[in-house]
Design a protein around this ligand. Structure first.
Ligand SMILES: [Zn+2]
Ligand SMILES: [Zn+2]
Ligand SMILES: [Zn+2]
Ligand SMILES: [Zn+2]
Ligand SMILES: [Zn+2]
Length: 488
């Protein structure tokens, strides 16, 4: 705090045997010595500028001395001269400063005074400015950033969290990561080489984004963009990444970065359009250890899938080279909020609904259920992720342990919507399920069937043979009767 902020200077701070009449130099509002004074044009009374401005804010255009109207003028020069004769003690005298300073030099001195308190960024204690460097160079609570491995640690924890071993290990980890990225970049360059300028999208040609994020236009660079924003790289780094070192692996000097905080997608612009998705560079802006699920689709069917863990602030090149797709879906999952990150956005780690679970766990749950129940439970879900997850169940249908009623239900409710290409039936739990299928097969929507397996089949009907001859796509037929194989 300096004299300017503290309203006024008490007359007890006047030093020396000056014969100045202090009464003339008192501000009628704060009753301390005038500080940066100005005066009323009519009554010529001087006030501290801070005092009179505060007064005028509450009493517009009125003088505290009840003059008709307050008009500001310079402080009378005899007052200025009197003030200039004053010698004053430093504001920080109670903290040890013994300097006595002329009125006019007071402000400069107090802004530089060695006895002003400063807060230590580590232990938060107030330390005198003159002791600050000495204190912080030894304070145990100070956070240090290792220039070699970029690890941030408290000085007091150095012996446990930043040993030479840890430092070297962190450096090696970072080096390996960078080598991997460079190798991938090299592959990417080779793939892109013939048309490198055509295919690389860095968002540098979008209109300059303002402080907040803007939507990427629906149609951009021949693709349709859904729920993907862009923001100036500078804003992202200033607001979200703070002052942390960001290794830039992206070759692009684009001023923009694209952002997505939930499920987002990129599709071909035209109905029958397809494209090759070679690679993308991503990093976590809010969360650390975020799972990113990338899926490639063609005619709404999942054809490629890639899952990776995205790190906060560490750009990662993902080389996919997916050919002939018409849609890419990007889906960030979970992750933990990075501790140094002040942003409030970010998903927490708590599992509150089924879809918060990772794929492995969902698949494990499926294995405890009958295939038909998996389909019935998830088939009508609006989640594309679940649909992709149960792809195997949708195309490869295994029916056993079904009652006839349940079989009817499958036939009416599920089969019309599944892309069943493989069907396996068995009588193992319910007798005659296979026979039931044989009598119904001509009514069933099974036009994509490529492989049919019938276990413990005892009797083949003529209608089944007719139906079979109409199955143009069927490549593989297996009929088992106990230990007798009838053939394909
Ligand atoms: Zn005042
Ligand atoms: Zn006045
Ligand atoms: Zn001082
Ligand atoms: Zn400290
Ligand atoms: Zn280190």
């Amino acid at each position: 705090m300096t004299s300017e902020e503290q309203k006024g200077i008490g007359s007890d701070r006047i030093r020396g045997s000056s014969a100045v009449n202090v009464d003339l130099l008192e501000c009628p509002i704060c009753h301390d010595l005038l500080w940066i004074p100005i005066a009323c044009q009519r009554c010529e009374t001087s006030f501290c500028s801070a005092c009179i401005n505060r007064w005028l804010a509450a009493n517009p255009r009125k003088c505290p001395n009840r003059c008709k109207i307050y008009i500001e003028r310079k402080c009378p020069s005899f007052i200025v001269k009197l003030l200039a004769q004053l010698q004053l003690a430093c504001y920080y005298q109670s903290r040890g400063c013994e300097r006595v300073i002329p009125y006019e030099a007071l402000e400069t001195h107090e802004s530089e005074c060695d006895y002003q308190p400063q807060q230590c960024p580590g232990c938060r204690l107030e330390v005198l400015k003159k002791d600050f460097d000495n204190h912080t160079s030894g304070c145990a609570a100070i956070e240090l950033t290792c220039q070699e491995c970029k690890l941030v640690y408290k000085r007091v924890d150095a012996a446990t969290t930043h040993t030479e071993n840890i430092c070297l290990r962190e450096q090696i980890k970072e080096n390996i990561r960078q080598i991997r990225q460079l190798t991938l970049q090299l592959h990417e360059m080779r793939l892109l080489l013939p048309s490198i300028t055509k295919a690389r999208i860095t968002f540098n040609d979008l209109p300059m984004a303002d402080e907040k994020s803007n939507f990427i236009p629906d149609m951009y660079r021949g693709l349709e963009w859904n729920k993907i924003y862009y923001i100036q790289r500078l804003h992202l780094e200033k607001n979200l990444l703070k002052n942390v070192h960001v290794p830039s692996l992206t070759a692009s000097n684009s001023p923009h970065v694209a952002l997505f905080s939930g499920k987002a997608s990129i599709s071909a612009e035209n109905v029958n359009g397809i494209f090759t998705f070679i690679s993308l560079t991503v990093y976590g802006a809010w969360n650390d250890n975020m799972q990113l699920l990338i899926t490639g689709h063609r005619n709404s069917i999942l054809v490629s899938k890639y899952t990776t863990v995205v790190l906060w602030c560490k750009p990662q090149l993902i080389l996919l080279n997916w050919r002939d797709i018409d849609k890419v879906i990007l889906q960030p999952l979970r992750g933990t909020r990075h501790p140094e990150n002040g942003a409030t956005i970010g998903k927490c780690n708590r599992v509150s609904q089924l879809l918060d679970l990772p794929d492995e766990v969902l698949l494990m749950i499926c294995r405890y259920l009958q295939p038909v129940d998996v389909l019935r439970a998830f088939f009508k879900s609006t989640s594309d992720r679940l649909h992709s997850l149960i792809l195997d169940y949708r195309t490869n249908l295994v029916l056993s342990a079904l009652s006839y009623a349940e079989f009817r239900l499958v036939a009416d409710e599920l089969l019309p919507y599944l892309e069943t290409s493989q069907l396996t039936l068995s009588n193992s739990n319910i007798p005659c399920l296979v026979e039931h299928f044989l009598s119904l097969c001509h009514q069933l929507p099974l036009n994509n069937l490529r492989k049919l397996t019938l276990n413990s089949c005892t009797n083949i009907s003529s209608s089944f043979v007719v139906w079979l001859s109409n199955q143009s796509k069927l490549e593989d037929l297996n009929v088992y009767n106990g230990d007798l194989e009838v053939g394909a």
